[in-house]
Design a protein around this ligand. Structure first.
Ligand code: GDP
Length: 333
């Protein structure tokens, strides 16, 4: 049995990773979690539990508005978390660590689809430069430990992820959870229109968190290099298209209005995931079904706290599983 720790198990991807790892027969998942911003706590935790494999998914993150309004918090939190976890993992002989960086670390004007060779070749998108810099530092730290100490620390860069356990906050969340919640509330209150931030023209590549988790397990087994590797599929959607699909998933039929006073962020973010495909992995989730599953989770968990929620009368527009042919018991733990 290999002892595995997900550092940051309360994050979207950390949660998906834990769920996925629990399905693996030869792994013991360490369920505890120290405060990752406290060096001593992290060190004591790693000394006590002695993980052999670590997935580093921790650190504060958020959507375009949170990046704009809280850059210092985002940057500091991520720097502290990665420094503490990477150092403790090295000190206590962790065999392999996989660090999850972010697609916003690519230069704003990098050629699309984004290849890892473009990292650190140009200025970052200003709306998320602080967070992106911390994520780049994480990659560089893993690389430095590999160079100086021979540590098997690798970095992966997922596309914009979404799924159960996401942050559905109206200002803190990324576009998918924020709009799911906004459409839901608009439907409940029979509002005639919903506001979408920006022009609707930026394009993003989205990936279901369960697929990212699956890719991470694959990489833990099959990837060991100082260059990061992208985790994505091969499709991008405009924000306007995504908003339309989300309205359908929620069953909202009002008008969609675009507020051009809000920032668009990067015009296009599309990863080149051909290296991962060549290794033998590709995402499995169907986009619409994964959105439906995410909305289902929102209804079951978040809406309980909302006094205006109309409970069981809310029905889902689509009902099939995002992972056709896979073991749903594991996915829904
Ligand atoms: P980004 O990939 O770092 O830009 O992350 P986001 O998910 O926060 O934003 C993606 C795009 O969706 C941007 O162009 C936003 O302006 C747009 N967007 C539209 N409505 C919303 C919203 O309600 N929340 C967020 N976060 N983004 C929105």
């Amino acid at each position: 049995m290999t002892r595995v720790w997900v550092a940051g198990a309360e994050t979207l991807l950390g949660r998906a990773l834990r769920d996925r790892l629990r399905c693996e027969p030869r792994l013991t998942v360490i369920e505890d979690e120290p405060n990752l911003t406290h060096r001593e706590q992290v060190e004591e935790f790693v000394a006590e539990h002695r993980p052999e494999q670590v997935y580093l998914a921790g650190g504060l993150s958020g959507g375009i508005e949170m990046n704009r309004s809280r850059p210092a918090e985002l940057m500091l939190d991520n720097l502290l978390v990665l420094a503490h976890v990477v150092e403790a993992c090295y000190q206590y002989g962790v065999q392999k660590l996989l660090y999850l960086a972010s697609s916003c670390s690519y230069p704003r004007e990098a050629a699309q689809p984004l290849r890892v060779e473009s990292l650190m070749t140009g200025p970052l998108e200003p709306t998320n430069a602080a967070y992106a810099t911390a994520k780049l530092a994480g990659w560089q730290l893993c690389r430095a430990y590999r160079q100086q100490y021979g540590a098997a620390f690798v970095t992966a860069i997922p596309a914009n992820a979404f799924g159960p356990g996401d942050d559905f906050g109206p200002t803190s969340g990324h576009v998918i959870p924020a709009l799911l919640a906004r459409f839901h509330r608009a439907k409940q209150k029979a509002e005639p229109s919903v506001t979408i931030w920006g022009s609707g023209t930026p394009r993003r590549e989205f990936i279901y968190a369960a697929d990212v988790a699956d890719a991470c397990l694959f990489l833990m087994r099959h990837y060991d290099d100082e260059e990061p590797i992208n985790i994505g599929g091969s499709t991008s959607w405009s924000i306007a298209e995504v908003a339309q699909i989300l309205a359908e998933v929620v069953g909202y039929s009002g008008e969609l209005c675009f507020d051009r006073s809000k920032p668009d962020g990067m015009p296009l973010k599309m990863l080149d995931s051909s290296p991962l495909r060549e290794l033998g992995w590709q995402p499995k989730a169907d986009f619409r079904s994964a959105l439906t599953e995410t909305y289902r989770w929102f209804l079951q968990h978040q809406v309980k706290e909302d006094p205006g929620h109309d409970g069981p009368s809310v029905s889902l527009a689509v009902s099939d599983s995002p992972h056709r042919g896979r073991d749903r018991r594991c996915l829904s733990q």
